[in-house]
Design a protein around this ligand. Structure first.
Ligand SMILES: [Zn+2]
Length: 267
């Protein structure tokens, strides 16, 4: 599952090569043939990301909505065209590039009100300057669910994936099992600010880097992390505990992130 930064990076990249151009849109695999025929020949105005959703906006008001889900992938190449590889659901061709999207969970054309209702269903995105973090805090402060689940719930706040979750909560000394209700505004603001800063680094470097001042590693995923899938805490050297929240691996240093259950009196 791509984390929020990879989708924002794709949006930025695709905006640069598609916006301001009439696109040739097709569905080599065939499953998006009707949608592609609505979009082909239309002028692409902008490409943007809301959480893990990609929106390609066209001048006639249509919007191509893509969500990659667990298995979707994007291939971008310079022209000339080559034969589609695998089951390409949608192919977008500009004057310079071809973008093929295989296996997305969502690939559909939205118009008018449908776009607004989609955006309203997605929580404020830590990477968007027009997001209102208060919307996320208001949901969190009313919930008994663990903060580790809430910050990854894309309808509460958008962008944080599984690796960032463990890393941000460690950096902010918050136990992932802390109930939402027990998170005060100051702590939430620190989580939000750290998520924003780290995901921005992710977009820029195309890698998850949560170790201050680190550069991407040379390993396959280029990650540089503190506790995710690690055995010992880099600060206190104690063992890292692992457990699952919503079926996804979560990591915690219970020395640096003590579990505080009580609800603060002042919010
Ligand atoms: Zn520790």
């Amino acid at each position: 599952m791509p984390e929020g930064h990879t989708i924002h990076r794709a949006a930025r990249d695709h905006h640069r090569i598609l916006a301001g151009q009439q696109l040739t849109v097709s569905s080599p695999q065939g499953r998006f043939g009707a949608g592609a025929s609505l979009l082909t020949g239309q002028l692409c105005l902008a490409v943007e990301a809301f959480g893990k959703h990609l929106l390609y906006r066209f001048k006639n008001g249509d919007v191509l909505h893509i969500h990659l889900g667990l298995f979707g992938r994007i291939q971008k190449r310079n022209l000339p065209l080559v034969e589609p590889r695998g089951a390409v659901r949608v192919r977008l061709v500009s004057d310079t590039h071809v973008i093929d999207i295989n296996g997305p969970t969502i690939c559909r054309v939205l118009a008018g009100q449908e776009v607004l209702s989609l955006i309203n269903r997605i929580g404020p995105d830590v990477l968007r300057s027009d997001s209102d973090p208060s919307l996320a805090f208001n949901r969190i402060t009313k919930s008994k669910a663990p903060i580790g689940r809430l910050i990854m719930d894309q309808s509460v706040m958008a962008g944080i994936g599984n690796i960032y979750r463990s890393e941000i909560l460690w950096r902010q000394a918050v136990h992932p099992k802390t109930p939402g209700k027990a998170i005060d505004r100051q702590t939430f603001d620190r989580i939000w600010a750290d998520a924003k800063a780290l995901l921005k680094i992710g977009v820029k470097r195309n890698a998850i880097i949560t170790v201050d001042g680190a550069r991407p590693s040379k390993s396959r995923y280029r990650e540089r992390v503190n506790i995710f899938a690690k055995d010992h805490c880099p600060t206190c050297k104690k063992a890292i505990r692992r457990f699952e929240i919503n079926g996804r691996r979560t990591f915690v240093c219970e020395t640096c992130q003590p579990l505080i259950m009580e609800i603060p009196i002042f919010k």
